[in-house]
Design a protein. Sequence first.
Length: 113
Amino acid sequence: MPVLYGIKNCDSVKKARSWLEANQTSYRFHDYRVDGLEANLLQGFIDALGIDAVLNQRSTSWRQLSEDQKRDLSPEKALQLMLDMPTLIKRPIFDNGEQLIVGFNPDLYRKKS
């Protein structure tokens, strides 16, 4: 079954969930805050998509980090930051069983869901 990863109060996640439900697409919702976030799941996202696709450096959460937290950003440091603060992860991430799709894009969801 497809899985939509995100945070329930995120506007993009709300749009994706509404679209999936309106298009009668079965899926499971995984809320990082409620269901948790395992390092191996996040590492899988990074391995498949790349760190730049997963880490949201335009987010309010990113801007609130200290310069020290942002400096010398290794893959390990980025992973730990996202584990500590899941709002740094671009949302939603939709796993349709064949590929991971970052963000809400009805055209991509339609083709693969």
